[in-house]
Design a protein around this ligand. Sequence first.
Ligand SMILES: [Zn+2]
Length: 59
Amino acid sequence: MGDVVPFQRPAKKRPKQGLCQHGYHKWTVVKDTEFDSKQGKLVTRYQCQRCGKQKVEAR
Ligand SMILES: [Zn+2]
C-alpha cells in the first residue's frame, strides 16, 4: 500500500510484435496489487514486454 508508480507508456512503437498480433503477449506484472475502482476490488496489472499493451486481472 502507498506505493505510487508513475504511469508508464510504451517507450516506442515497435513494428515487430511477433506473437502479439496473434494474441500471445508476453505479460509481466507491472503492479501486483492495485485497486480497480470500476470493479471495486483488487486487481493485478500486467504489461506486455513487446507491445506495451496492458491488462488487469481480478485477484
Ligand atoms: Zn504484446
